[in-house]
Design a binder for this molecule. Structure first.
Ligand SMILES: Nc1ncnc2c1ncn2[C@@H]1O[C@H](COP(=O)(O)OP(=O)(O)OP(=O)(O)O)[C@@H](O)[C@H]1O
Ligand SMILES: [Mg+2]
Length: 310
């Protein structure tokens, strides 16, 4: 065996990127979640070449000042976590690893402003480090452009599926985040085509209809059940409106989209005898519970959670 060495920070970030950034859609998830955490009411997403040549996410959130901009791409740099709150997390992000991971594998430009004076800063970064910070013009908020995803880890490109498939994964991730934030206006463009645009609404039903269409909303019924500190709300399909895959089952825990076996099993049991075997019920379900009842730090992509009492 050869001598033990400490890995370089950029290599450490590339290893983290291997877990967090699997494909272009993962970048969209991380950037949109950052925009939501920043308090945005409007988020615009654009991709080119299935996200391989460009992913851009622009928001009207709180923005970052020059100092924060310099820090945001550093490993374990976050404004969302303190020593006291690892088990009481109210934001989508908390690991401080999305931006450093992305900067280790792509060319990144972040333009941000914390007020409407028009003055902004733009940071360019690649190979894990800041290249330059210059002054720019921008209203309050942040725009991030990710170019040449995986140029620094080209082996990853070989694991991607066809452009068509990656593009539709990007739109699918966009839609599932859009489901969780009807109070935010969101749009998605692929190349020169606007694929989705949802106006802000205080009604989940409106967002569900915007995303899945009229036929969908006519075949689901709304539920809203409160018990103790828990609330289960959303839409369940009528039994005849069943599907060949589980792709129309969406589970959110405190607004975070999760893949959860308990939820899926509960749904299966609830519909037992009502839908044919091998078919899947349709569900868009939000479980809201005290934040400290659920551990969201279970896995780097944050799509699995642990319950205190499952
Ligand atoms: N769109 C944005 N608007 C304002 N601040 C942002 C934005 N995106 C990132 N930031 C700042 O940069 C920091 C680092 O972002 P990053 O996504 O790397 O980490 P995180 O969101 O804290 O945690 P995680 O790795 O779990 O996503 C954030 O904590 C936040 O302070
Ligand atoms: Mg984040």
């Amino acid at each position: 065996m050869s001598e033990i060495k400490i890995l370089s920070q950029n290599l450490i970030n590339q290893i983290a990127a291997g877990e967090v950034i699997e494909r272009p859609a993962s970048v969209i998830k991380e950037l949109m979640e950052n925009s939501i955490d920043a308090g945005s009411t409007c988020i615009d997403v654009k991709i080119q070449d299935a996200g391989k040549s460009l992913i851009s996410v622009s928001d009207n959130g709180c923005g970052m000042d020059k100092e924060s901009l310099q820090k945001c791409i550093l490993s374990h740099a976050t404004s969302k976590l303190s020593d006291e709150n690892l088990f009481d997390i109210h934001t989508f992000g908390f690991r401080g690893e999305a931006l450093p991971s992305i900067v280790s594998i792509a060319r990144v430009s972040i333009t941000s402003s914390t007020d409407n004076s028009g003055e902004a800063y733009v940071l360019s970064a690649e190979n894990g480090g800041v290249q330059e910070i210059t002054i720019a013009m921008r209203e309050k908020g942040t725009s991030i452009e990710i170019r040449d995803l995986f140029f620094a880890t080209p082996a990853r490109l070989k694991f991607l599926k066809s452009d068509e498939s990656e593009s539709s994964s990007c739109l699918a991730v966009f839609n599932r985040i859009a489901l969780a934030c009807p109070h935010i206006q969101v749009s998605f463009s692929d190349g020169n085509k606007k694929k989705a645009e949802y106006k802000l609404t205080d009604q989940l039903q409106t967002r569900v209809r915007d995303i899945f269409g009229k036929d969908f909303i006519e075949n689901v019924f709304e539920i809203d059940i409160k018990k103790d500190n828990f609330r289960l709300r959303g839409f369940l399909g009528v039994p005849t409106f069943n599907k060949a895959t589980s792709n129309y089952q969406y589970f959110f825990i405190n607004n975070r989209f999760v893949k959860d076996k308990i939820f899926a099993a509960a749904l299966k049991v609830a519909y037992l005898g009502l839908i044919p075997q091998g078919r899947f019920a349709v569900a868009v379900l939000f479980l809201d519970l005290p934040f400290n009842e659920v551990d969201v730090n279970a896995q780097p992509q944050k799509t699995e959670v642990r319950f205190k009492d499952s």
